[in-house]
Design a protein around this ligand. Structure first.
Ligand code: BGC
Length: 739
């Protein structure tokens, strides 16, 4: 389809209308938005849906018996903990297939902001504190989604790394930090996956709304990186649609008729040129004509939810991070397990807000264990279920509510309102589920009996966060509540008295404080927000059906206030922040901890396995502008397992200040049997070693240390390589003269 020809057939009013979304989707109920149609020319409305943990549409519809549930996949923070690009691509593909079968043309995912602070309410929707890991993960996700003809959207461009003040906060960041960290993740994803779309963020960047920031949307994104897809705004972002279109936005979302009028007036007054309008409309038309809708695909409304449940399970099982294991895991199949913690019974599958999902079911940890034949202490289970009866009832109310709403809708009642409210009500119920319930309800005698009749204790600590608010630096959120701490302490005491062990599962959207209590227990595993298959995946890892192979995609701090960005979070003024200064510059995450010798609770890249790996025969060559790193990994333990090989590079001391080391490559092995070996080869483009000196990228000459290991602080092999001259690149990565 020649989009230029199509453009010529459109009146100026029609063209302008295409630059503005048509509001929340009417075509696919519950989808976040759609573009406008021009029916006389066969230009359809394109449907857009959130993201990122699955397709977010309403599961029930007016007067319709069939259901529209979508798989709840693990959240992004878990996906990046897999360090497995194939797994993430498979998740992307499954999400793409569900979108395709539900008539969704564009997924509003993946999220690609940085884990700058543990408190960001949307960290679960983002991949990492490291731009390489985040960028590679996002690229894999996008490749998966787009492989089935559905578009993906990188969001939120850029520096939307906190929720406090997100609609207006001015992020003041030096260009070096932007280029090397915050933009870099997007740049990698653009380069490696050619996403159909990118969503400009709500916040301001260095004084200008991202959606009205020409430097960001045109200079960097299009001119420097050659992005050729569509730029949309976040929903209701910014304060000036004319500036948005001028700066580089192609479609304003979700859009309304007033914005169309404003743009038409601006055109008539000469404030918006036809040239710019045409340029932007071409992008919209390119996207529309690529879409399945335009190509006439007839969706079935019947995605293969059973197959996708398997994908969700496989991803979950690879993303759990074992932090500690003192001879307790894996558990023998016939273990008698005392299951504590409300999160074991009401497991949080995901976060709240636009990242919410509507799956057919969520398997709680206790149900997963029971399904896998584990002997769960029934009396304790009963106590917990009793304790949480009101919350189970809330669950009941949800299904009652659903039934009520359905029949109301079928009779043509005031149902639409109910139906619209459903998302909200269900979200609130999810939230209530994990609100404070005092858990330390056992007297000593009861605890003693529980410890005597079981082999091991399992305690789940849950937290949920979501869009629109950050987590709180208080007990009950970042810190344990007193009753949670007491529960851990008293259960440990009771079980240890009989030589029995205690395992803690962390069902959390991002880190919580751990250092003050981790010595009390024998094993700790982070399961993040694992999606609908939570309990099954947890049970299989605990039982050793699969060895854990996840690694932390962010530093787990000892205390919140050690995180460098906490000095400026949430911004100025503190009680109503309007501006946040990224004063730590490039020293985000491990770049800070390693450079300034601060000891975290668990470092970036950390994660235990049931087995052990030996690293040997490291070789590093520079060949054709690429660092070729090769080595052998051997499973020298007793279990089958996968290892994540991480390559960090330590640059020589030169003119430009550098962090101690930076991740430049990684690879996850296949499942290796005991004694099995795999040859690993990791190619690192030389340009990945560059730092931004204010105007260009520079790889300074000198001796580089290539540090290969199992985490950022468990470096097993080191080799040096000499770069004999400076290499310089412009912001489009063209090699240039250095002087
Ligand atoms: C969120 C986006 C989301 C959009 C549409 C916004 O509030 O920030 O992530 O895609 O809503 O639901």
């Amino acid at each position: 389809m020649d989009v230029k020809e199509l453009l010529n057939k459109l009146s100026i009013e029609e063209r302008i209308s295409l630059l503005v979304g048509a509001g929340f989707s009417k075509i696919v109920p519950g989808a976040a938005g759609e573009s406008r149609a021009v029916e006389r020319l066969g230009i359809p409305s394109i449907v857009m849906s959130d993201g990122p943990a699955g397709v977010r549409i309403h599961p029930l519809r007016f007067g319709v018996k069939e259901t529209f549930y979508a798989t709840a996949f693990p959240n992004e923070i878990l996906l990046s903990s897999t360090w497995n690009l194939d797994v993430v691509e498979r998740v992307g593909k499954a999400i793409g297939e569900e979108a395709k079968e539900y008539g969704v043309d564009i997924m509003l995912s993946p999220g690609l902001n940085m884990h700058r602070i543990p408190l960001c309410g949307r960290n679960f929707e983002y991949f990492s504190e490291d731009p390489l890991l985040a960028g590679e993960m996002a690229a894999a996700y996008v490749r998966g989604v787009q492989s089935v003809g559905v578009g993906a959207t990188l969001k939120h461009f850029v520096a939307n790394d906190q929720e406090t003040g997100r609609m207006y906060i001015d992020v003041v960041a030096p260009e070096r930090a932007l280029r090397e960290i915050y933009l870099r993740a997007f740049e990698i994803a653009v380069e490696k996956s050619r996403p159909w779309a990118i969503m400009a963020a709500y916040n301001k960047l260095n004084g200008k709304y991202c959606t009205q920031n020409e430097w960001l949307l045109t200079k960097v994104l299009r001119d420097d990186w050659g992005f050729d897809g569509l730029v949309m705004t976040d929903w209701g972002a910014g304060d000036n649609p004319i500036e948005q279109i001028k700066a580089g936005v192609d479609i304003i979302m979700p859009g309304n008729d007033n914005i169309v009028k404003t743009l038409i007036e601006a055109y008539r007054k000469g404030e918006l040129s036809e040239e710019i309008i045409n340029k932007r409309v071409l992008k919209v038309l390119e996207l529309v004509t690529k879409s399945l809708k335009f190509k006439g695909y007839k969706h079935s409304n019947k995605p293969n939810l059973d197959e996708h449940a398997k994908v969700a399970y496989e991803a979950a099982i690879e993303g759990f991070v074992l932090l500690k294991n003192n001879d307790v895991l894996p558990l023998p199949q016939d273990s008698k397990v005392a299951v504590f913690g409300k999160g074991s019974y009401l497991t949080a599958r995901g976060g709240l807000g636009s990242g919410f999902t509507h799956p057919r079911y969520t398997i709680s940890i206790v149900d997963g264990l029971k399904e896998r034949g584990v002997k769960v202490d029934e009396k304790l289970e009963k106590m917990y279920r009793g304790l949480m009866l009101p919350f189970f009832e809330l669950g009941e109310i949800t299904s009652l509510f659903r039934r009520f709403r359905e029949s109301a809708l079928q009779s043509g009642d005031q149902g639409a309102i109910q139906w619209l409210l459903s998302d909200y009500v269900e979200t609130m119920i999810e939230y209530f589920k994990i609100m404070n319930i005092q858990e330390n309800i056992f007297d000593d005698t009861t605890l003693d009996e529980i410890a005597r009749r079981n082999d091991v204790a399992l305690i789940t600590i849950s937290r949920v966060s979501g869009e629109g608010f950050d987590r709180y630096p208080v007990k009950g959120d970042f810190y344990l509540r007193d009753d949670e701490y007491d529960l851990i302490q008293r259960v440990s005491k009771a079980f240890h008295k009989y030589g029995k062990k205690v395992i803690v599962l962390l069902n959390v959207p991002s880190p919580i404080e751990i250092a003050s209590w981790r010595d009390l227990v024998d094993a700790i595993m982070v399961i993040w927000m694992p999606g609908q298959e939570a309990g099954r995946a947890v049970a299989d890892v605990l039982l050793g059906k699969v060895s854990p192979s996840g690694k932390l995609p962010l530093t787990w701090p000892k205390d919140l206030y050690e995180t460098p960005a906490m000095r400026s979070f949430p911004g100025e003024p503190r009680d109503d922040p309007k501006k946040v200064v990224y004063e730590e510059g490039i020293y985000v995450g491990y770049r800070y901890y390693d450079t300034f010798s601060v000891e975290p609770a668990y470092e970036f890249g950390y994660g235990l396995s049931y087995t052990k790996f030996d690293y040997k025969d490291l070789d590093v060559k520079v060949y054709d502008n690429t660092l070729v790193v090769s080595l052998k990994i051997r499973n020298v333990g007793k279990y089958v397992g996968k290892e994540v090989v991480q390559v960090y590079v330590r640059a020589p001391r030169g003119r430009i200040e550098k962090p101690f080391q930076e991740l430049k490559g990684f690879y996850k092995t296949r499942a290796l049997n005991p004694d099995e070996e795999e040859n690993v080869k990791i190619n690192i483009p030389l340009k990945y070693l560059a730092s931004f000196d204010g105007s260009k990228w520079v790889v300074e000459k000198g001796v580089y240390e290539i540090r290969v290991g199992s985490s950022s602080r468990d470096i097993r092999l080191v080799k040096t390589v000499e770069i004999d001259k400076d290499y310089c690149y412009n912001t489009s990565w063209k090699q240039i003269q250095c002087s």
